[in-house]
Design a protein around this ligand. Structure first.
Ligand SMILES: [Zn+2]
Ligand SMILES: [Zn+2]
Length: 562
């Protein structure tokens, strides 16, 4: 099983995998031309996981295997296999020990030590984010099994990955980035048990390590854990399934858990007392500049200002004809950024839709403008983030959501969150959840000694309250009700199905929890968005395969961003 073979199909040789013997031989069969490699691409437990992914996300098994197993690179298949290596005990652990003081950590560490199948939600204090994962891995290795650690992004290297390298040295294998050859070489090393700890990003949830005792997911609410190409999958869900199938412990860690984790009822592991910076909520002043914030910046030596919008401002009015400003090419919004005005929709050089004029009255706001006014208030240089990093001593950085990464302990004097109101106006069922996770990660940088200021019009908003408390439980309760009212309850799989005019009627027969239909016009496809209860997934998958074969269904996308 797992052997890679070549099969002639439509005149070309395509890749295939041996799944095992079968008594159910179809009438039309193709011959295997040759064995492509002596290395097996997967073993029985991994195939079980692939089948789970194919069922859960309604994807062809071959597509799942094709994504999970990197393309082989001939010359990289040398290396001798080590005889059934078991992880050696940890020689030296990290010096500090934060987990034992956490509430609920005893049960988690015992489950890891006793090789139980269990899941835990870990809510670290911001300064413990890397340490709690390192210590979970220590427990796993001490029990004689290996650990898989998922991080949302590879570059810059997350502090969790650096801490693992510091603690375990060469026992850590990083499966992140790299070209095709390098990825395949690393994948082979993992399959040969050459590392005891694998640190990887989303696709690495399928890394072929054996004797798995722990899957730890750092920043489990991060959107990068969702695969947005077919076959769609979510690395958190796949990680949970893999841990279940392998009899391992899954640990989902985040300052702000995902709605799914919060709704799951899994045991929570957290510090015994609140460890969160003091957070002050102020009303946005003129241009989103609260006097309280300007005053705080005057005494800040190291800080971060979160501003969700790029640029210097938005064109309001055409200076030539006096009409409201809009893009001449597409009627889109025009933004001033790096000294030039461009359309945010089509990127055309800014020209008035009415008269072609190129000078505009600008409504100021955005990271460039924040840099300008904050520079006048602060005693130290204020800069926009170029590549994500923490500010140096004597520096204030201005950045957006993409600049908030796992960069380690912040120890900043001040973190400011601007334009919190924008998150509520953003479209999408999960937009607020994503905004809150980013705010919390940024505000966490004010630990251990700093403070935070949030500019928001409504201090009683559940997301703002979660940010003040450093705890998203009530926000998630609120979101659960909101999602249920909208017909897309948290944790219920959602699919976007594209097909012809017959598709909606066929889907209704499957009795979905919710279904929204956008009827196609003449010649355009019909798009259906539906929530399918877990116990109906199998029937749904079977129906989709049948409808696809019949030409009714064109595309099935699992868990689209709502
Ligand atoms: Zn445009
Ligand atoms: Zn004009």
């Amino acid at each position: 099983m797992g052997s890679v073979v070549r099969v002639r199909f439509h005149g070309g040789l395509v890749r295939g995998w041996i799944l095992g013997p079968t008594g159910d031989v179809p009438s039309r069969m193709l011959r295997v031309e040759r064995l492509a490699s002596s290395v097996r691409a997967f073993d029985p437990p991994m195939l079980e996981l692939f089948r789970w992914v194919a069922d859960r996300y309604v994807a062809p098994l071959a597509a799942v295997i094709g994504r999970a197993v990197p393309p082989r690179v001939a010359g990289e298949e040398g290396g001798a296999s080590r005889p059934a290596a078991v992880p050696a005990p940890v020689a030296r652990g990290p010096r500090t020990s934060v987990l034992p003081a956490y509430r609920g950590a005893g049960a988690m560490l015992r489950a890891i030590a006793a090789h139980e199948t269990a899941t835990f939600a870990l809510r670290p204090a911001p300064e413990d984010e890397a340490a709690v994962i390192v210590e979970s891995v220590v427990a796993c290795l001490a029990s004689g099994r290996r650990a898989l650690v998922l991080v949302p992004e590879a570059d810059p290297v997350p502090s969790v990955a650096t801490a693992l390298r510091d603690a375990f040295g060469d026992r850590v294998v990083s499966l992140v980035g790299g070209d095709r050859r390098e990825r395949y070489r690393t994948w082979m090393r993992i399959a040969r048990d050459e590392g005891d700890v694998v640190v990887t990003t989303r696709p690495g949830v399928f890394a072929p390590l054996h004797d798995l005792g722990l899957i730890a997911i750092s920043r489990e609410s991060h959107p990068a854990l969702r695969e947005d190409r077919a076959p769609y999958f979510h690395a958190r869900e796949v990680g949970l399934a893999r841990a279940r199938l392998a009899g391992a412990v899954a640990v989902l860690s985040a300052l702000c858990p995902s709605a799914e984790t919060a709704a799951s009822g899994m045991p929570v592991v957290e510090p015994p007392a609140r460890r969160w910076p003091p957070v002050e909520v102020v009303k946005p002043g003129p241009e989103g500049r609260a006097p309280r914030l300007v005053q705080a910046l005057r005494t800040t030596r190291r800080g971060f200002v979160f501003s969700p919008l790029p640029g210097y401002g938005i064109a309001r009015v055409c200076r030539s004809c006096g009409e409201p400003a809009a893009c001449a090419a597409c009627d889109g919004v025009l933004r001033q950024q790096r000294g030039a005005v461009r359309c945010i929709v089509c990127d055309a050089v800014g020209a008035c839709a009415r008269c072609g004029g190129t000078t505009f009255g600008i409504r100021r706001g955005g990271q460039e403008r924040v840099e300008e006014w904050a520079s006048r208030a602060a005693p130290v240089p204020v800069r926009r983030v170029d590549t994500p990093r923490l500010p140096h001593d004597g520096e204030i950085l201005v950045g957006g959501a993409d600049d908030v990464r796992d960069l380690g302990v912040g120890a900043l004097d001040l973190v400011a969150v601007l334009d919190a109101d924008l998150a509520a106006r953003r479209p999408g069922v999960t937009a607020r959840e994503r905004a809150l996770a980013v705010w919390m990660e940024a505000v966490g940088w004010a630990r251990p000694g700093g403070r935070a200021i949030v500019q928001a019009s409504d201090p009683s908003d559940p997301a703002v309250q979660a940010l003040v408390r450093g705890n998203a439980s009530r926000f998630h309760e609120h979101e659960r009700r909101r999602r249920a009212d909208a017909g897309f309850p948290v944790g219920v799989p959602v699919f976007r199905v594209t097909g012809d005019e017959r598709v909606a009627a066929d889907l209704r027969e499957l009795d979905p929890v919710t279904m929204l239909v956008a009827l196609g016009g003449v010649g355009a496809p019909t798009v259906c968005l539906l929530a399918v209860a877990h116990d109906r997934l199998e029937a749904f998958g079977a129906a989709m395969r049948e409808l696809a074969a019949g030409g009714v269904v064109d595309r099935v996308e699992a868990d689209p961003h709502l």
